[in-house]
Design a protein around this ligand. Sequence first.
Ligand code: FPP
Length: 263
Amino acid sequence: MVNTLPADTTMGFLERIDRSRLPAHVAIIMDGNGRWATARGLPRTEGHRKGRDSVNDVVRAARELGLAYLTLYAFSSQNWQREQSEVSALMNLLHEYLETERATIMDNAIRLASIGDVERLPPHVYDRLRVLERDSAANTGMTLTLALSYGGREEIVRAAQAAVRTAGAGGGGAGAIDEQAIASNLYTAGMPDPDLVIRTGGEIRLSNFLLWQASYAELCFTETLWPDFSRNDFYEAIVEFQRRRRRFGMTDEQIDELGKSRA
Ligand code: FPP
């Protein structure tokens, strides 16, 4: 993890998490599946398969911790350009996930949601996704959002178009389009912005993920490839998040004042 705390031999990362200051929303760019597989002489799809175990581990860890929102970048708009065989393998993994994790999702009061152009998904995935979204809609334990066929720029364009339509149809014209008008038309409308975005796999970029919503997110990058990412790595990222001081464009003094007035 970049900027990790000095090694503390007396406490694990879980014990160092302050439960009263958890991020409300953690979003993860799960990168490195292909490299994990290639390094072992395996087809890339084996990396995705192993990556699914990390998904299961992190979802359980997030739920146990009491996070309210976890968002996973599982398939980008750009991923459609990969080899057909890899796209099919990913779709089959998603299909399997929606079947095999159904019980865990329901038993743990997890609400499953999705963001992205999900209507592009093949029917065998789309139908299962919609069924589980519907069946879990009343769950209040944690919202697990899968970003599928998702692109941040595409999302912003779509939201801007919707805002323009509203503004033009008696909604006050272009001048009436403000941040709220865009945010309320994003796939994530109604969700808090991510407080923490984690990216595995060593690349230091956002790759079209939550471009609007991540404006003030803390970013945490790790060399660890997604299939090797464990719940302990997840805890470590949260400890790192809690070590940062978020200022939202204000000064330290202003943040201190704000804290006092809220206390
Ligand atoms: C990026 O690694 C990862 C993906 C494009 C897919 C992520 C999918 C999973 C983790 C498994 C299935 C997900 C769920 C929710 C069941 P990459 O292939 O770009 O890796 P590379 O950079 O090493 O090539």
